[in-house]
Each structure stands twice: as C-alpha cells, then as structure tokens.
Design a protein around this ligand. Sequence first.
Ligand SMILES: Cc1cc2nc3c(=O)[nH]c(=O)nc-3n(C[C@H](O)[C@H](O)[C@H](O)COP(=O)(O)OP(=O)(O)OC[C@H]3O[C@@H](n4cnc5c(N)ncnc54)[C@H](O)[C@@H]3O)c2cc1C
Length: 402
Amino acid sequence: TMSKPYWLEVPLIEGSKDKVKDGEILIVGSGLAGVSTAYWLQQKGFTDLTLVDHQASEAASFRNCGHILYGTVESMLAMVALHGQDVAKDLWQLSIDICHEVRDTVKRENLSVDYKQDGYLVIAVEESENQEILRSIELLNRYGFQSDYVEKKELEKKGFREVFGGRFEAGSAQAHPTKFRNDLLKICLDRGLKYFSKVKVLAMDENNSKVEIRIDGQATVRYEAAVIAANAYSPLLSDFFAKHRLVEPFRGQIICSKPLKKKLPVAYPHSFDHGYEYAIGTEDNRLMLGGWRNNTPGGETGTYDITPNPMVEKGLAEFAAKHYAIDEEIIWEYSWSGIMAASKTGFPFIGPIDSQRIFTVSGFTGHGFSWAHGSAKYLAKIMAGEPIPELVARQFNPRLVR
Ligand SMILES: Cc1cc2nc3c(=O)[nH]c(=O)nc-3n(C[C@H](O)[C@H](O)[C@H](O)COP(=O)(O)OP(=O)(O)OC[C@H]3O[C@@H](n4cnc5c(N)ncnc54)[C@H](O)[C@@H]3O)c2cc1C
C-alpha cells in the first residue's frame, strides 16, 4: 500500500520558493485554517497578506476523511454533562452555523470541490453505545435539532453488520479537502495573497510594535501582525502554546480501497464506536476508513511521526471485514497518517495569544474541516475589530485557558 493520501492525487498548489519579505500580516500554515484565514481577511478588506508553509503535504487537512460534521468531539450527551444544557445547545447551534460557512463559501465562490450535503450516520457497535445514541437523539430533538434513529434492521439493509442501531443527521456534509483548499487558495492568490512554500517558522515575538518572525535559514522578517494556523504543530513555534499545553498532537490513520465493483450503499460520512472509526465512499466508489487508535497502547498520542502504524492498518482492515457486508475482495490501495491537535478544552482557540499582534486559529481535534473554515471567519472579525458572539469570545479564547 502507498503512504500517500488518496486526496493528494490532486496535487497541492505550491508557493514561491523565494525569500520572505517584511509585510503587514503573516499567516503560518497553509492547511484549511491558514488558507481560510487568508480568505476571510481578504473578505474584510485586508490586502497585504503573506501565507507561509513548511511542509503542506504533511498537513492534516489533506489526510482526513472529508467529513464536515455538526457537533464537536463530544456527543450532545457529554456536552450537556460538561457545560450544562444552555451552553451545550448554543455550541451545537454554532457548530451547525460553522458547517454552513463551508457550504456558503462553496456557493459564493462557485467551487467545484465535490461538496455534498448528504448527511452523517453514527453507528453503534455495542448495545451500550446504542443506548447512548438514543439518549443523544432525545436531547437533540428536545433542543429542536434534527436527528433520527436508525434501526438495526435498516442499517443491515444499508450494508452494515454486527451493528446495534444508529442516528442520522441530514445536515452534515462532505467535500474533497485538497480541492477545497486549492480552489480557495487560488482565489486568494488572484486577489493578491503572497504564498511561500518550504518556509519553516522557528519562533515569533513582539518587539518594538512589530512581530519579529524567525525563519529557518532566512533573515528575520517583521510584520504588523501574525497568525499561527499550525494546529498540532503550534507548540513547536509558540511558547504560549507549549506553556499552556493548549494542544497535544495525536496521529490519525486511514486506509482506502481500490474502487469497488458494487456501489457502496452508504457513501456519505459515517462513523462507528463513538466516532473512533469513521468512513466515507469516494466519488470513484472506494471505501475510505480511518481511526482505530483507541485500540493501540498509548492511543497514538504525543507524536509528529506520520509513518502509518501497521497495527492500526491491520485493525482497520479487520474492522471493515467485520462491519461491512461487502462480498467482493477489498484491496487496500492507500494507507496514510496525519497529525491532529487534541484541544485542551475540546474547542478551537481563536484570537490573540501572548501579544496583541500574535493571533491563532488552531486546536480542531477531529472536526477541523468545518471548524477551521468557520473559526477563521471569527478570527478575521477579531482582527478587523468587529464584534464576535459572546460564546466564541468565552469558550474559544486562548487567553482564558489555564
Ligand atoms: C486521519 C485524520 C482524519 C481526520 N478526519 C477528519 C474529518 O473527517 N473531518 C474533519 O473535520 N476533520 C478531520 N480531521 C481533522 C482535520 O483534518 C484537522 O483538524 C484540520 O485539517 C486542521 O487544519 P489546520 O489547517 O488547522 O492544520 P493542518 O492541516 O495540520 O495544517 C498546518 C500546516 O502548518 C504548517 N506548519 C506547521 N508548523 C510550521 C512552521 N513552524 N512553519 C511553517 N509552517 C508550519 C504545516 O506544514 C501544515 O501545512 C482528521 C485528521 C486526520 C489526521
């Protein structure tokens, strides 16, 4: 199997290899968060923007499962237990609005990125999980959110086996992450964004009313402001991230089959076992299945190594054999890993950090496709001096995390 992600069969747009010069706003990271930040800052009228990236092909953004999901890393049940009913309800609504930002951008800019709002199926692989799903549906429905129970029999008709029940959410979506990022980046470049590849930022500090950015092998550059959109990698260039342990890196892994002869009955996003395994059917009818890290010693945390773990690869293939009623041979063609950021709070961090000139938009755990794009819009508002919802200011403020 190849360790190249399926999504990177679409080549990433690369930046200039020239030296970075001084400017107004510098954004570090050209994954979904960094490119979205450039996009929203341009929407707010900022024109002198520079985007830099060290190794975009390793970004989590092109190594995920393409899910654009309502909710956060926690179930509604867990969110109510953690934050109380009112905050949980508001957070869920915010997550919906954030998913719709992706949809609205696709429409506004007329992007051809395989965007489909065809729902999300959460599947229980144990009876206790089935009971949790039932309670989550009850809560979601009580707060006015759509979520429908799917009987075991119904799931079996949809091609799953050894499952106990599920819940279907119609509003979640999927898209091709590389196409989305590339198309958005192309728009930003047309509107004057400067983009540099192979630029490794070592550190940044405010000095004499400027942000001084130290770059590996290049002269230090000076900017009015800087944005850290490096997600799991942020602690490597920011003492603030490291000191407050805002994010912990962890490795996620995915396998993807050769195109199957028989059409997958469920090609829209779905997950099993509390989201620990997640899957999709690709445009060309491949089964893409990720997760399984909860079955490994250490849970794949604390690493920046993107070499796929053979144990996880095997576990995922066995998981597919157990839970999908696919009667042809499945040939796994791709296997890859990526590094996600487990957020200390379970939510992204949006706003200034240790200086009024140094901002971040990071910490997306397993929901970065929607949250990166939507969070970047809030960051652009903050940087433009516009008001943001109180919920965002309170829950996602990196300075309030202790
Ligand atoms: C296996 C897997 C499955 C996932 N599935 C889903 C899913 O289905 N749905 C979903 O919503 N989310 C999913 N995620 C999470 C999602 O992919 C991430 O949350 C999201 O892509 C984060 O985007 P980002 O732009 O913040 O970070 P990244 O995409 O990681 O980009 C960070 C960029 O910063 C650059 N960088 C880092 N340090 C430096 C530096 N010092 N100097 C210069 N550049 C630097 C890196 O090179 C990189 O390009 C998954 C992740 C993985 C790994």
